[in-house]
Write a new protein. Structure first.
Length: 200
């Protein structure tokens, strides 16, 4: 209950205080990438329940000659890279927190197609609401392997507390200003999870 109250108060306050930044980001995104400025995608929430995640767009909709969407690395623009490096693309997700789809802190919400690939240990990350930031984000973010991310996610599930959430939020602010661990190990975007050795 305390966590939910905290999520509502902080997300609502942040939306109000950051409204000029949100509007400016939306305007600049529209100029650079066109409309819609907000990207939505179905992700897995608590207990694997699907919800529609909201973020500012950072990619184009470019397709090949037969209509297939191009790889993320090709569609991610220089503007999109800067948007991600500042984490401004995450601001619309505060609405997800406000309405209860997400929490400020928790395992990152991943694609629904990943859920069947989780082993029993990895599924434990679904026991709590997903977060805008989390234990894995301040301990490597996109620079660590999928298996390590899941280990950190489950550690959070087993050790979550209000004070741990506060620590994670403060560390997230530090990471954002330092702009570290933004990209994946081998690309500007994160490689898709295809199942670990345990699940294949």
């Amino acid at each position: 209950m305390l966590k939910r109250i905290f999520d509502i108060v902080v997300s609502l306050t942040a939306l109000l205080i950051l409204s000029p930044v949100i509007l400016a980001t939306a305007f600049i995104t529209a100029i650079n990438l066109g409309r819609p400025v907000v990207f939505t995608q179905i992700r897995s929430g608590k207990n694997g329940k699907p919800f529609k995640l909201m973020k500012f767009r950072s990619m184009t909709d470019e397709r090949d000659e037969i209509g297939n969407i191009l790889d993320d690395d090709v569609r991610l623009t220089d503007f999109g890279k800067k948007l991600r490096s500042t984490s401004l693309d995450e601001l619309p997700s505060l609405l997800n927190v406000l309405i209860g789809d997400m929490s400020l802190v928790g395992p990152r919400p991943l694609l629904m197609e990943y859920v069947p690939l989780y082993d029993d240990f990895q599924k434990r990350r679904l026991e709590v609401s997903p977060g805008i930031t989390g234990w894995a984000q301040i301990n490597g973010r996109n620079s660590i392997s999928w298996e390590k991310k899941f280990e950190l996610d489950v550690w959070y599930v087993e050790n979550q507390s209000f004070w741990l959430d506060i620590k994670i939020l403060f560390m997230t602010v530090f990471k954002v200003f330092k702009r570290v661990d933004i990209n994946g190990l081998d690309s500007q975007t994160v490689q898709k999870f295809a199942g670990s050795k345990k699940t294949l």
